[in-house]
Design a protein around this ligand. Structure first.
Ligand SMILES: *[C@@H]1O[C@H](CO)[C@@H](O)[C@H](O)[C@H]1NC(C)=O
Ligand SMILES: *[C@@H]1O[C@H](CO)[C@@H](O)[C@H](O)[C@H]1NC(C)=O
Ligand SMILES: *[C@@H]1O[C@H](CO)[C@@H](O)[C@H](O)[C@H]1NC(C)=O
Ligand SMILES: *[C@@H]1O[C@H](CO)[C@@H](O)[C@H](O)[C@H]1NC(C)=O
Ligand SMILES: *[C@@H]1O[C@H](CO)[C@@H](O)[C@H](O)[C@H]1NC(C)=O
Ligand SMILES: *[C@@H]1O[C@H](CO)[C@@H](O)[C@H](O)[C@H]1NC(C)=O
Ligand SMILES: *[C@@H]1O[C@H](CO)[C@@H](O)[C@H](O)[C@H]1NC(C)=O
Length: 337
């Protein structure tokens, strides 16, 4: 008995191997669908050329059915199903035909279902509605021009957007260190870039404004650091304006001279802005009184000279005069105001 059972098993295994080796010739298995479909097909409505999908399966004599939105599809005057070949052909595709399709392959041993196939409308509509008119942008300020009323475009990953400037079509805007075009995926985090800063001068007693501009979307908040690295706290002397882009320093003194650092939050980008505190000097050029005529000073000076208040550099001005002897060394003086 046991021996007999073993023999039966061997025979069964041998038959199975024959089935597998013979592949499509074997008829005792349900259909095996060999067609590979894309999950989605995008077709424009009123597509002029017919769209055809073929469902193919192996294992014996097979008949095919197509289902649309889970309902068996009946051939009509625009769409034909061939139950022998497995073809579904859309001769004159209209919006009615968009939906989820699958095919069922059947032989006498069973049936198989294909993967789902979505037939969707490929669309690119025009821009509609009122595209905004003027956007006021200030020099050295961040400026964003939104792309509003975007047309319906399917499939979205096949759609590209371009910015053009001017009336012609050739003037495509390229991204550079100043211009960034937000992509759809990279919508909310356009990386910041350091755009611009100033190095202002101010005389003692005047007010000064340091400026720093970072790009980005959203535009980063800006912190200002003092020379020693501590964060500037707004008070009667320091004021942060325009979302931190301006640091207003009131009534500057010698001690305010130096490098201030602006830091964009999130990205930690920094720029240095140097406040040069200067003072006014007056130059008195004296000639000798040794002849009867007053000295005729021939040097031409600027009406005012500003020198750094904190780190005075030697000022090299030559005082020249005619009529008599100019006393060396004493004819030149610099006075602070
Ligand atoms: C396609 O279908 C539309 C609407 O059903 C019809 O107006 C048009 O004449 C058809 N075109 C062809 C080539 O059959
Ligand atoms: C892009 O940003 C806009 C407005 O902030 C938002 O409505 C939209 O959903 C965002 N798109 C993506 C793909 O994140
Ligand atoms: C400095 O700014 C203050 C206001 O914060 C103003 O009252 C003052 O006149 C300004 N000083 C100078 C020299 O411009
Ligand atoms: C940095 O300097 C400011 C003003 O000079 C001072 O108030 C602050 O305490 C200093 N911070 C550090 C960490 O030294
Ligand atoms: C400016 O600062 C100097 C020195 O700290 C002070 O004497 C003067 O009163 C201040 N001026 C104003 C307008 O605050
Ligand atoms: C910015 O610097 C702070 C402090 O050094 C740190 O905690 C943070 O992770 C940094 N952020 C980035 C984006 O580098
Ligand atoms: C500060 O300004 C003075 C006067 O214009 C100039 O001579 C000096 O070089 C400046 N200092 C720096 C570090 O730029």
């Amino acid at each position: 008995m046991t021996k007999c059972k073993k023999n039966l098993q061997v025979v069964f295994l041998a038959e199975l191997i024959v089935f597998i080796c013979e592949g499509s010739q074997s008829v005792n298995l349900p259909p095996w669908i060999t067609s590979v479909f894309e999950p989605e097909y995008y077709v424009p409505a009123k597509h002029p050329t017919p769209l055809n999908l073929q469902c193919k399966a192996k294992n014996g004599i097979i008949s095919y059915q197509w289902f649309k939105n889970n309902v068996k599809f009946q051939t009509n005057d625009r769409v034909g199903v061939n139950e022998q070949s497995g073809d579904i052909t859309f001769h004159n595709l209209t919006t009615e035909d968009f939906g989820v399709y699958y095919c069922v392959a059947e032989n006498k041993h069973g049936s198989s279902v294909s993967s789902f196939v979505k037939i969707l409308e490929a669309a690119l509509n025009g821009f509609s509605g009122n595209v905004h008119g003027n956007i006021i942008c200030k020099i050295f300020h961040h400026c964003k021009i939104p792309c509003s009323n975007q047309p319906n475009c399917q499939p979205i990953n096949e759609c590209t957007f371009e910015w053009r400037i001017g009336r012609g079509t050739g003037n495509k805007i390229k991204t550079n260190e100043n211009v960034i075009i937000d992509s759809e995926e990279n919508n909310d985090t356009v990386t910041s870039k350091a755009i611009w800063k100033n190095n202002p001068k101010a005389r003692i007693g005047e007010n000064a404004t340091l400026q720093c501009i970072f790009s980005g979307s959203p535009v980063p908040n800006i912190d200002w650091l003092l020379k020693n690295g501590s964060v500037v706290k707004p008070n009667s002397k320091f004021q942060s304006e325009s979302n931190g882009r301006h640091l207003f320093i009131r009534n500057v003194t010698f001690d305010d001279d130096g490098v201030y650092t602006c830091v964009a939050d999130k990205s930690n980008l920094t720029m240095n802005s140097y406040l040069n505190v200067t003072k006014l000097i007056v130059i008195i050029c004296e000639g000798s009184q040794s002849v009867n005529l007053p000295p005729w000073i021939t040097s031409v000076f600027e009406p005012e000279y500003y020198v750094p208040a904190k780190h005075p550099t030697p000022l090299n001005l030559q005082c020249k005069a005619k009529n008599g002897i100019i006393r060396r060394g004493t004819h030149f003086s610099v006075q602070s105001l």
